[in-house]
Design a protein around this ligand. Structure first.
Ligand SMILES: Nc1ncnc2c1ncn2[C@@H]1O[C@H](COP(=O)(O)OP(=O)(O)O)[C@@H](O)[C@H]1O
Ligand SMILES: [Mg+2]
Length: 470
């Protein structure tokens, strides 16, 4: 099967089994090109893995100009499955066995860069050892210089990707590296790439480096390419296809992809991304969850010490439990309200296996619909939903407000803490907020009734405020 790439025709199997590089400055269209190629690879029946430190690939699920794709997302802001170093090998195994395309969404508050490298190491190692029997698969690596930089910092992850580049063919693996500047990515590995897609490139170093490279490779029209690179519009690139029958570099307008490509505003959450719902992959996820012999729990999730439960709390939990059971019974499809007859939503069946994922999704959907007074801290699962009577605030788990809300949920403010104590704690967790911003968010949370200001400038979490871990 071949696919069109502007004037070029690319054989899907050939592309998927080769080494490829997509290079260009920020916003030049690299990710668009890469995800578009991933769609073509998928359409040719070839599954893929994508390592995505920027949290963009998950949008492949959402229809854009065409359909969305049933890919499974591990980790990130909206992962179907949790992502951790410990769970990676099993995740890779199950995806390979099931022919599932899986995105490692590394843009995840619980993962450090060192975790990223460990995850990529374990994943690539597992693929190299075990993929052969499962057939051709492609691996996309965004921000490749994090893993295979020209100046090697972490020899372990470098060695795994080098093996993928040199010997991936034996395990029926091909790969695509995506990066802003060619000079930042290991030359030794870039030189192994058969196909290169050059997007807009600026800067003396980058252009000189590119020029040398084209020179060595005796690329036709070298001068024309170099002089056009700084002004290439978004979505255009020089496609330089090598392989057995090398073609001269060709200027290509990258074809429109099917799924939605998020722009900056969508990424910031300023606008609703799409009218169409994302593709449902519940079956995949339920199966994978079932098959994961050891549940993948985030290794770096901060451990929370459970305080002793008092009789009063136990009673409250019992009441909540009864309420949840009642809601579950309603979700089972009991004809509680006459309007149910008109509903087209499939009832959640509790017959056979107890399907946690579907139940979780069903309960979540219903709560979001029916309980508008919810402060939602969007973070990786377990999600934290803080319910207040007065108002609705939406905070993102990676925003400052979201991080403070997490501190509240963890009980940090229970005995009263000053702003500077909060700042030290946030700093300890890897983000040092500017004190002006911190003051603004804490004051806003005070105004909204989550915190009270006590003597000694300490802020205390409001008693009786409900924190429901869903
Ligand atoms: N082939 C294309 N067709 C239409 N729009 C594109 C295309 N390539 C890129 N764009 C636009 O350019 C923006 C930046 O592209 P993106 O791939 O995210 O850049 P990069 O990964 O290089 O930072 C996208 O939001 C999209 O709107
Ligand atoms: Mg990008």
């Amino acid at each position: 099967m071949t696919f069109r790439f502007g004037p070029l025709s690319i054989d899907a199997v050939e592309y998927a089994s080769q080494g490829n590089a997509i290079l260009g400055i920020r916003d030049s269209g690299k990710t668009y090109t890469a995800t578009g190629l991933a769609e073509q690879v998928f359409d040719a029946g070839i599954p893929f893995f994508a390592f995505d430190p920027i949290g963009v690939w998950r949008w492949l699920r959402v229809p854009g100009a065409g359909r969305g794709y049933p890919v499974v997302v591990a980790g990130g802001k909206a992962g179907d499955l949790p992502l951790s170093v410990d769970g990676t090998a099993e995740l890779v195994r199950q995806a390979m066995a099931g022919g599932v395309s899986l995105i490692f969404d590394l843009f995840d508050i619980t993962l450090s860069k060192s975790d990223w490298r460990k995850i990529v190491t374990v994943a690539v190692r597992t693929m190299l050892h075990e993929n052969q029997a499962h057939g051709l698969r492609h691996v996309f690596i965004e921000e490749a210089a994090e893993f295979v930089p020209q100046k090697v910092l972490d020899g372990v992850v470098y060695a795994e990707i080098e093996k993928l580049a040199r010997m991936g063919g034996n395990a029926r693996l091909g790969y695509t590296l995506i990066n802003q500047r060619s000079q930042e990515v290991s030359k030794a590995i870039l030189e192994l790439c058969e196909n290169v897609f050059l997007h807009r490139q600026r800067g003396k170093n980058a252009l000189e480096n590119m020029d040398k490279w084209l020179q060595v490779a005796e690329a036709a029209e070298r001068k024309k390419i170099i002089s056009s690179l700084p002004e290439l519009p978004q979505g255009q690139c020089w496609a330089w296809l090598g392989g057995d029958k090398p073609l001269p570099p060709t200027l290509v307008k990258v074809p429109t992809k099917n799924s939605l490509h998020p722009d900056r505003r969508v990424m910031r959450g300023d606008v609703v991304a799409a009218k169409a719902a994302p593709v449902d992959v519940a079956d995949f996820i339920a199966r994978m969850r079932g098959q994961l012999s050891q549940p993948a729990t985030p290794a770096t999730t901060p451990k929370r010490k459970e305080p002793e439960v008092t009789g009063e709390e136990a009673d409250r939990l019992r009441t909540e439990n009864a309420e949840l059971k009642r809601r579950l019974a309603a979700l089972e499809g009991a004809p509680a309200a006459p309007s149910q007859a008109a509903s087209t939503a499939a009832p959640v069946s509790l017959e056979g296996t107890f399907d946690n994922e579907r139940l979780y999704q069903a309960i979540k959907e219903r709560l979001v619909k029916e309980a508008p007074g919810i402060l939602k801290v969007l973070t990786i699962r377990p999600e934290l939903e803080v319910k207040v009577e007065r108002r609705t605030v939406q905070a993102d788990g990676s925003s400052l407000k979201g991080r403070i809300a997490q501190l509240i949920a963890e009980g940090f403010f229970n005995d009263g803490k000053t702003q500077s104590a909060a700042r030290s704690e946030l700093k300890r967790r890897g983000s040092d907020p500017n004190s002006g911003n911190l003051w603004r968010e804490i004051t806003a949370l005070q105004k909204d009734g989550f915190l009270t200001k006590e003597s000694g400038d300490a802020y205390r979490a409001v008693e009786g405020m409900k924190v429901n871990i869903v």
